[in-house]
Design a protein around this ligand. Structure first.
Ligand SMILES: O=C(O)CCC(=O)C(=O)O
Ligand SMILES: [Fe+2]
Length: 352
C-alpha cells in the first residue's frame, strides 16, 4: 500500500520551489520575488461579523453532529472548543516550532525537504503555481521527524520529536472523532465507506504542517499563503492566539478574517469531504496575510482516508433524485491530480 510520501515522490519539485528566503537577512526593502502584483490592501472591515458568525462547536454537546453538519453546509469551517487537546501540549509544540524557525537559515536548511520528498523544511507545496513567492516557511512532518531533526540538532532533537509525535497522536484521535461526527451527520454510521476510520492496522493519510509567517516590511505587498483549498478530508488548525492572518472566502462577502478564539481549534472541510458529501459541504477557499511587526505560527493537521481508498459521493448522503456530481477516485490519484492542477483538480473529476 502506498503512503502519502510515496505519492508525492511522483511529483518532484525544483529546488527553487523548495528553499525559503532567509527572512532574517531582509531589511526594510521587500525583495521583488516576494512582491505580489495588485495585492493592495488585505485588511478587512468584517472582523466583528466574523467573530460573531463563524460557528463554534462544543465537542461535549450531545447534538454536536447536527451542529457540525450545519456548519459544514453553511460555512465549511468551524471553531472547535472542548476538544480535549491539552494546552500544555500545544505550548510545547509552539515552543519547539519557535525554536526551529528561530534558527539561522544555514541550520534550518539541514532539514530541507528533498526534491522528491514530502517532509522537512521548505516553502509551501503550492508555490510552483504562482509567479511570486509567499512570505512563509514551513516544516512538514509525517510520523517521526527524527531524520530531519537530528540533522538540525545532533544532540538535542528529542524534545522536538517527542512534542511533534505526541501532538500528531492526539490530533489523529481528535480528527477521527470529528470525521465520525461528520459521517454520522451524512447518515453514515458504519459500513464499507468508513471501515478504515479508527482502525489501528490501516494507515490513514495524515500530515502535520508547521507554518511560520515572519514579520514583513510591507505586509500589503506580501502574501503569507496564497488562496487554496486543502486536499484533506478535514484539517484541524491551531494558530498563534493573538495574531490575525487566516482569511476565508465567502461568496457575496469576500475575504473574512478568522480571529483566533482562545483555546479553540479551527476546523475546515477539505476537498475530500466536499466530494464525499456530493458538494453539500464546502471546501472553503482560504489564504493567509502577514503583518509588519510579529511572526505568526500555525500548525495544520491534515487528515484523510488511506491512499488506496476509493472515494465517491456517498449514496446515503444523496437525497433521492440527486445525481453524483463527481466520479469515484482513489485518494492517491486525487492527491496526484491536485499536485498537478491545484485549482482544477475537482473540476477534472466533476461529472457534467
Ligand atoms: O496558517 C494558517 O492559518 C493556514 C495554513 C493553511 O491553510 C495550510 O497549511 O494549508
Ligand atoms: Fe490550508
Amino acid at each position: 500500500m502506498s503512503t502519502l510520501s510515496e505519492v508525492y515522490k511522483d511529483h518532484p519539485l525544483h529546488l527553487k520551489h523548495i528553499i525559503p528566503l532567509d527572512f532574517a537577512s531582509v531589511g526594510s526593502l521587500m525583495p521583488d520575488s516576494h512582491v505580489w502584483p495588485g495585492s493592495g490592501d488585505f485588511s478587512s472591515s468584517e472582523e466583528e461579523y466574523n467573530r460573531t458568525s463563524v460557528p463554534v462547536i462544543d465537542l461535549r454537546d450531545p447534538n454536536a453532529s447536527e451542529h457540525i453538519r450545519r456548519a459544514c453546509e453553511a460555512w465549511g469551517v468551524f471553531q472547535l472548543i472542548n476538544h480535549g487537546i491539552s494546552p500544555r501540549l500545544i505550548e510545547e509544540v509552539e515552543d519547539e516550532a519557535e525554536r526551529f524557525f528561530a534558527l539561522p537559515a544555514q541550520q534550518k536548511l539541514k532539514a530541507l525537504r528533498s526534491p522528491g520528498g514530502a517532509t522537512g523544511y521548505g516553502v509551501a507545496r503550492i508555490t510552483p503555481f504562482f509567479s511570486k513567492h509567499m512570505w512563509h516557511e514551513g516544516f512538514t512532518i509525517m510520523g517521526s521527524p527524527l531524520d530531519h531533526a537530528r540533522e538540525v540538532w545532533p544532540h538535542d532533537h528529542q524534545r522536538f520529536c517527542n512534542a511533534m509525535e505526541r501532538y500528531q497522536k492526539e490530533m489523529k484521535t481528535l480528527a477521527e472523532r470529528v470525521a465520525r461526527l461528520i459521517f454520522r451527520s451524512l447518515s453514515i454510521n458504519s459500513g464499507e465507506e468508513i471501515s478504515w476510520l479508527g482502525s489501528s492496522s490501516i494507515n490513514v493519510s495524515t500530515a502535520l504542517q508547521l507554518n511560520s509567517y515572519p514579520s514583513c516590511p510591507d505586509p500589503n505587498q506580501a502574501m503569507g499563503l496564497a488562496p487554496h483549498t486543502d486536499t484533506s478530508l478535514l484539517t484541524i488548525l491551531h494558530q498563534s492566539q493573538t495574531i490575525n492572518g487566516l482569511q476565508i472566502f465567502r461568496d457575496g462577502v469576500g475575504w473574512l478574517p478568522i480571529s483566533p478564539l482562545p483555546g479553540a481549534l479551527f476546523v475546515n472541510v477539505g476537498d475530500l469531504f466536499h466530494l464525499i458529501s456530493n458538494a453539500r459541504f464546502s471546501n472553503v477557499l482560504h489564504r493567509v496575510v502577514v503583518n509588519g511587526t510579529r511572526q505568526r505560527l500555525s500548525f495544520a493537521y491534515f487528515y484523510g482516508p488511506p491512499t488506496e481508498f476509493v472515494m465517491s459521493p456517498l449514496c446515503k448522503g444523496l437525497n433521492s433524485g440527486q445525481v453524483p456530481l463527481y466520479r469515484s477516485v482513489a485518494v492517491k490519484d486525487y492527491v496526484s491530480l491536485k499536485a498537478k492542477h491545484l485549482d482544477n483538480a475537482l473540476s477534472i473529476i466533476r461529472i457534467d
